[in-house]
Design a protein around this ligand. Structure first.
Ligand code: CMC
Length: 429
């Protein structure tokens, strides 16, 4: 296969290098395009544009493949823990027993949140969406935990990673407890990452929380499935904001804001709202399918479609299994599950969805899993954010360590007015 392409502009031929990734994906390297030809490329939504070379996550949208550091997500979901997967993403290798132990101790050591941060929560108006709160809290962490100049750069970075991974759970659970007007529950040294979060969410002085290992396992898989997804909107935001060399807290805060959107991490909440509406209207998905196909109607089938996957999202299949397993073990029915299954069945047979390659994505069954665990609806995107944190950290680190690092500064094609003179107020018609 050729390692250059030819571009002919105004009769002149330019050689464009082709670079090839380890899985054989190919890209035109246009980094000299403007300098050599005076042209830029235009790609709204970046569907054809790579902004980095990355060794963290591999996706094949045609085959429905997702691997973290080379390991299929299916294997991680079956054998790993979220904590171990976070280590893998950030450090590039699975940890040894000793490394995992050190990582766990570090996460435990940094799990508490400065008591003064409670004042923030208490000042938010009731009803503030927890994603807005989480984004500003993560940014505020920088003020509460400033850089210690005597620490080495490496030590400081590792502590910042641990702080973020550990405190995000504490902050999320605190925001829930304070929103209810309940006593905050502190993290515990003796609990695993997922069990600790559930305990902080649901333990209460009047009703101690009984940790259910099946729910811990469901949460573990949920977070593993969300841990990274290469250059999605929020990760691109983390990299882009980080490219201005701002601190990691501010970059992650930007990622949380991007993730909040209903087309991205907010979709898990939107799916449940849609299923609930179908249920409330008698349970027939047909009118919703018809609306999704109607080009005059902005409605979309939430939890369907993906920019990269043109077949089943591999995470959706695992999430569906977790959903079935957890409801069976709890011996509980969720009236939204049969509606989701019916909707999926009808959509997958519909020519519109077939022709547009629209399949269920990770968010389609995620909400039913979260409902089974007991997570309140507006916390769903927060659950996605906690899961995505290792990926954001790994991607930020990779971009910060890149010797070819450059500030993100896309170009544009200007379509506004040509030069004209300022008109004084009294002369304006
Ligand atoms: N329902 C109905 N039509 C859809 C849907 C949908 N969910 N998704 C895409 N389409 C149609 C769209 O109308 C367009 O049709 P046409 O070409 O006839 O005008 C075509 O498919 C391509 O759509 P697009 O908006 O150009 O596709 P995209 O790659 O930019 O969008 C998406 C990807 C995920 C934003 C979109 O599929 C969507 O809005 N899905 C619903 C929201 C959702 O579930 N988001 C979660 C994504 S997975 C979690 C994550 O990683 O964020």
């Amino acid at each position: 296969m050729s390692d250059t392409a030819q571009l002919i502009v105004d009769g002149k031929t330019y050689e464009i290098p082709i670079i090839t990734g380890t899985e054989g994906e190919r890209a035109l390297d246009i980094s000299r395009l403007r300098a050599d030809t005076g042209l830029i490329t235009l790609d709204p939504g970046c569907g054809n544009t790579g902004t980095c070379q990355s060794s963290i996550t591999f996706m094949d949208g045609e085959k429905g493949i997702l691997r973290y550091r080379g390991i299929p997500v299916e294997q991680l979901a079956e054998h790993s823990t979220f904590r171990e997967t976070a280590y893998l993403l950030i450090n590039g290798e699975l940890p040894t027993q000793e490394e995992l132990q050190r990582f766990s101790v570090r996460l435990n050591d940094h799990s508490l949140v400065h008591e003064d941060m409670r004042a923030f929560f208490e000042s938010y108006p009731r009803g503030t969406h927890p994603m807005g709160m989480l984004s500003s809290m993560i940014n505020a962490l920088r003020a509460f935990y400033p850089r210690i100049p005597t620490r080495s750069e490496e030590e400081e970075i590792n502590i910042t990673f641990a702080r973020l991974l550990s405190k995000v759970r504490t902050l999320a659970a605190m925001s829930y407890k304070i929103s209810l007007g309940h006593k905050v529950v502190y993290p515990r040294y003796d609990l695993s990452y997922c069990a600790n979060f559930l305990n902080m969410m649901f333990d209460s002085p009047v009703r101690p929380y009984r940790i259910d290992e099946d729910l811990v396992e469901a949460l573990n898989v949920f977070w593993i499935l969300h841990a990274d997804h290469e250059q999605n909107c929020s990760t691109a935001a983390v990299r882009s904001v980080g490219s201005a060399r701002v601190n990691l807290y501010a970059s992650i805060s930007a990622g949380i804001s991007a993730l909040w959107g209903p087309l991205h991490g907010g979709a898990n909440q939107a799916v449940i709202e849609m299923l609930q509406e179908i249920y409330d209207r008698g349970g027939d998905p047909a009118p919703f399918i018809a609306r999704a196909k109607d080009k005059e109607d902005p409605f979309r089938l939430m939890g369907f479609g993906h920019r990269v996957y043109k077949t089943f999202d591999p995470r959706a299949r695992i999430m569906e299994k977790v959903c079935n397993r957890v409801l069976k073990k709890l011996n509980r029915q969720d009236p939204l599950l049969p509606i989701a299954k019916r909707l999926e069945e009808v959509a997958l047979k519909d020519s519109y969805f077939i022709d547009h390659n629209l399949y269920p994505n990770v968010d389609f069954y995620a909400g039913i899993v979260l409902r089974a665990i007991g997570i309140p609806l507006d916390m769903f995107p927060v659950m996605f954010a906690i899961g995505r944190l290792p990926g954001w950290i790994a991607q930020w680190k990779e971009s910060a360590d890149d010797p070819k690092w450059k500030i993100h500064r896309p170009r544009q094609i200007y379509t506004g007015l040509l030069k004209r003179d300022y008109v004084p107020m009294e002369e304006r018609g």
